[in-house]
Design a protein around this ligand. Sequence first.
Ligand SMILES: NC(=O)c1ccc[n+]([C@@H]2O[C@H](COP(=O)([O-])OP(=O)(O)OC[C@H]3O[C@@H](n4cnc5c(N)ncnc54)[C@H](OP(=O)(O)O)[C@@H]3O)[C@@H](O)[C@H]2O)c1
Length: 318
Amino acid sequence: MLHRRLPGTDLDLSVIGMGCWTIGGQYWGPTDDTDSVAAVRAAVEHGISWFDTAPLYGNGHADTILARALGSHIHKVVVATKVGVRQDGVGPEGQDGHAHSDLRPAHILADCEQSLRRLKEPLDLLQVHWPCEWGTPLSESVGALERLRERGWIRHWGLCNYEAEDLRLARSLGPVASLQTPYSLLRGEFEAELRAVCLEGPVPLGVLAYEALCRGLLSGKYRQPPRFAEDDMRSWDERFEGEAFLHGNRLAQDLAAIGARLGVSASAVALGWVARQPAITAVIAGARTAAQVKENARAAALLDKEKVWEVVDKVRGL
Ligand SMILES: NC(=O)c1ccc[n+]([C@@H]2O[C@H](COP(=O)([O-])OP(=O)(O)OC[C@H]3O[C@@H](n4cnc5c(N)ncnc54)[C@H](OP(=O)(O)O)[C@@H]3O)[C@@H](O)[C@H]2O)c1
């Protein structure tokens, strides 16, 4: 497994990390905790050295499964978690339990304290889950994150889902360690201004890419638009419908054909492509089974196959 240093930190990350949203057991249809524990253990076995989780993922359930699966091994891997989302809002259609971002210092402190209880670690990387919806000035949130670092509760802090302007402001206010952002063969908005901001300065900002498999669409496993369980958010994700599905699936089938010649799946090709892109430190691959994790980890061995990537770039341009 190839490792890369998160710039400006002491964190070495396998180029493929495991994302824990699915194993949280919410928004991805039914999950099985036994499969989830096996998936986490398979990740370690196949050289994956870091895990991305969040309080939001099953309201702490992903953390609980991660801690259970890793046991004392949790000290040997990097755990990246998140902060700043509350689940006590009212949704646009009046529903209770709506998730919304609260980045007031008091909430950052309380949220981090809960994560420490579940993960029982100084947290390697604490990432703001998404920008503030409550009007807290960024400087106040950055101050709170720095205080957590000074207390030794966290080792580094980063941001998720920030746009170029706010990211630049955050970088001027404190030592941001990373940006987590969506990026895939189907989703290239990172390539505009955001990537340029990450590359600014004497030390570039580490970038952790998510949704590199387009929630499973780029695995190439679908023959027709899938029908998901009602509690699986993909049942209302338009990328799994109509022309968007056909477009994504055509690309996935091309990746599957490229992968077949190398003895790997479309998933490994899709993940490998993202891992090779300028500014990307590592890719987060979500998974629900040990078999998926094993397949995803194989992406790391493809990165130096220049001819393969020329073909993938051509296929992406179609
Ligand atoms: N910071 C943020 O706001 C944010 C947002 C989203 C995600 N993330 C992070 O990124 C991680 C990845 O999630 P994502 O939404 O980006 O999804 P993704 O990685 O694009 O897709 C993950 C899903 O694809 C399917 N899959 C994975 N490997 C496969 C394989 N080898 N073969 C076939 N199917 C496979 C699995 O679902 P099925 O088996 O059900 O098909 C899996 O749950 C999350 O777990 C989370 O850690 C962060």
